[in-house]
Design a protein around this ligand. Structure first.
Ligand SMILES: *Cc1c(COP(=O)(O)O)cnc(C)c1O
Length: 371
């Protein structure tokens, strides 16, 4: 089946009890035991599993082409489960340009708990080769990166990492559908489903998808139900509802972002635009190979520094000043001030989550804001 068809149908079935075409939301926390004391219907207690979570996991797993998935209450809870599935002393190869929250979680929490970690630029293959150790168990990739839209060559990284026993994770939050990490040799995919999967800025969630339902994934599964950082049935229902339109939304986000990037690239007040769809972008060639379109996220640096950037963000009327991404509404954000100390984001950089408005209106809004 093609991806649009999978997105509409995966994880769904007409409800056998009522004929409901849209799945009911199962709020029940507990499920009836059979007379013999077993649970032949598969559900016992909602933290362990419930029909909405199971449907979401089956759906997202089918969409990514994986074996199994485990859904969490947020993207960071999903990331945390991956780190917790490691043993003390295990070494993680992290990406210098990974999502700020992921790097912070590793640095501030998991190094204290006995993981070892090195932050390397995953777009530099020699750096990866040098940093791999006998105890490297996980290599963390993320592409396009936040907020500089740097591109990591997933197939090349997976090939190098697989010369050892380590697993390769891809945080695919920014490019669902557009990028198929399992086809490129990646072992585990993570999404913050708060972003494009939910798609409407009204639900938080995260998910880990495994190419193979192996021992490592079973550890993640155990952490999910015994640790309990699980999404509610309604959250699962909303995220799966969002998935139904995901391929079409990603196409429209990408088309709009391309137009906005091209407009900004020729604007006299703009120093540089970071968008892999532009021919001038350093990651353009690799992105063209591993992505079907270039996604809805971009950032740009304003001439005349931080104040000029802040002033442009203050003047937009359609773009809302807010963090996060992936919703139907366009957002603009001064990234350095939200990340705070230790940020790698340039002070004159603004990040855009390009939504599903008409691109002409978005361009007009940015034009008047830049002055
Ligand atoms: C938002 C985000 C996360 C964290 O997800 P939450 O749902 O906010 O916990 C992780 N990775 C990337 C790339 C993100 O954009």
């Amino acid at each position: 089946m093609k991806i649009e068809t999978l997105a509409v149908h995966a994880g769904s079935a007409v409800d056998p009890a009522t004929g409901a075409v849209s799945a009911p939301i199962y709020l029940s926390t507990t499920y009836e035991r059979d007379i013999e004391g077993t649970y032949s219907r598969g559900f016992m207690y909602t933290r362990n599993n419930n029909p909405n979570r199971e449907a979401l996991e089956r759906g997202v797993s089918a969409l990514e082409g994986g074996d199994a998935a485990a859904a969490f209450g947020s993207g960071m809870a999903a990331a945390m489960a991956l780190f917790q599935a490691l043993d003390p002393g295990d070494h993680v190869l992290a990406h210098v340009d990974a999502y700020y929250g992921t790097s912070r979680l590793l640095r501030e929490t998991f190094l204290r708990w006995g993981l070892e970690g090195d932050f390397v630029d995953m777009s530099n293959l020699d750096e990866i080769k040098k940093a791999l150790r006998p105890r490297t168990k996980l290599a963390w990739t993320e592409t396009p990166s936040n907020p500089l839209l740097k591109i990591v060559d997933l197939a090349a990284v997976a090939e190098i990492v697989h010369r050892t026993n380590a697993l390769c994770v891809c945080d695919n939050t920014w490019a669902p559908v557009l990028q198929r990490p399992f086809d490129l040799g990646i072992d585990l995919v993570l999404h913050s489903t708060t972003k494009y999967f939910g798609g409407h800025c009204d639900v938080a969630g995260g998910i880990v998808i495994a190419k193979k339902d192996d021992d490592f994934f079973q550890r993640v599964r155990t952490i999910q139900y015994s640790g309990g950082a699980v999404p509610s049935p309604f959250d699962c229902w909303l995220i799966l509802r969002g998935m139904r339109t995901l391929p079409w939304r990603m196409r429209a986000h990408s088309e709009n972002a391309m137009k906005v990037a091209e407009f900004l690239a020729q604007h006299p007040k703009v120093e540089v635009v970071h968008y892999p769809g532009l021919h001038t972008s350093p990651g353009h060639e690799i992105a063209g190979r591993q992505m079907s379109m270039f996604g809805g996220m971009l950032s740009f640096e304003v001439k005349d520094g931080r104040d000029a950037a802040m002033s442009a963000a203050a003047k937009t009327k359609i773009f809302t000043r807010a963090t996060s991404l992936g919703g139907v509404e366009s957002l603009i954000e001064h990234r350095a001030s939200i990340e705070g100390s230790g940020t790698t984001s340039p002070v004159n950089l603004l990040r855009l989550s390009v939504g599903l408005e008409n691109a002409d209106d978005l361009i007009e809004d940015l034009d008047q804001a830049l002055g």
